[in-house]
Ligand binder design. Sequence first.
Ligand code: GLN
Length: 495
Amino acid sequence: PASGGKTFFGHPRGLATLFMTEMWERFSFYGMRALLVLYLISGGTDAKPGAQGGGLAMTMATASAIYAVYLAMVYLLAMPGGWFADRVWGPRKTVIIGGCVVMLGHLTLAVPGTAMFFVGMALVALGSGLLKANISTMVGHLYDGPQDPRRDGGFTIFYIGINVGGFAAPLVVGTIGQSVNWHLGFASAAVGMGLGLLQFIIGTRHLAPLSSTVPTPLSIEERNSWLRKGLLWLVVAAVFYGIVVGTGTFTLNWALIPIALLGLIIPVSVLARIKRDKDLTSAEQTKVSGYIWFFVAAAVFWMIFDQAGSTLSGFAEKNTADTVFGMHFPSTWFQSVNPLWVMALAPVFAWMWLALAKRLKEPSTTIKFAIAMVMIGISYFVFIVPMGMSSDGTKVSPMWLLMVYMIQTMGELCLSPVGLSVTTKLAPEKYASQMLGVWFLAVTAGDCIVSLLSTAGADLSGVGVLSAEATLAVLAGLAIWLNRKKITGLMGDVR
Ligand code: GLN
């Protein structure tokens, strides 16, 4: 424990620092996310008639593909982010550098222009990658060991911080961006990240000493070999894209499709490498086989869940009534609904697991995952109803989206926190510090599938694709349930 004296809800003071930093980082992330697709389609044929112009006038299909690839990159880069903390800068410094890069990214987005947009987005993804997994690792550092009884509670408080930021973001960044000016909105996201950085630097003395050390520093030879490899790939990519651009064949798909494919290949090969690693004991290998079930399920889950900022956001903008009690509100506000449900339902779920544990028994991780998959599937089956109702141009009641988000959040609470903890518990010792990065790769894989579907011409807002995704999720839930004994067996002593 890093701090003596004052505590934060009975937790080390450092938790307050990490809570506030991650709250502001998520504020900037979800604020920008709420605007992203609307900004991309603004001024084009897919925008709502009469909506604010000044965007990049893309089609909804292109915007959804870009959005999905962007999210995929944010979570993919969490892995190298963890590596940098482990081997180069240590977690604290990596978070500061990441925060600066995120802020710079939002500031870049604040400047109009297509090139600025892509550079800004890349910077935000890079910065988030450096920040996201490491800040969670630092939460873990505040406690003495896995045995500290406050650890799970600490992570719950931290998850609330994430959602306070996620809740406020659409209301502030979304409103400014959607109702005043897109770029002013992005600038306000930069201000949020700036406040988070300030908080982090001021509170830095409360963090665990472990957070400032580099656990396994890179040797000079290793560094040179990485630099050589990196440079080689950079040259290969530069030559390849030089030719594509030079011959005039470049279109956005030349960037989107290779990145999305990488986003599928990398997660699969990382899991395969861990599974085949000869250094693992056979008990560890079995656990990895069990983990693959959870990983695949999570990929399908986030595939659907992350369309909140594209498919659901588009539906909120164009097909949902935007007045309550005669008061008009910007459609980005719907993006606050999921974090709101998280804050409302997280205590209910915590109480429910406890009550179940006392009376019958707490459902296992496997059962929770099965429930989550069925829930996310049901959410889309429900969503198809207002989708159909609005096909003649009627605006549906906001209650529909509130309900869809409620069902999704119930799924999220069965999968997301549980997933984080089962990831750390099933991790082979050798990969302990990298495993959270592996968990986030499930998001990458899910989002890349969506992106590829969109570039291939599938209509992500069409009833066909929506019900196919919903069916897949329910089937995945069913498969987990039917194989629950097998999966639990693979998990060994982990529950
Ligand atoms: N809403 C959570 C967060 O932003 C979980 C997102 C995720 O893991 N895909 O951290």
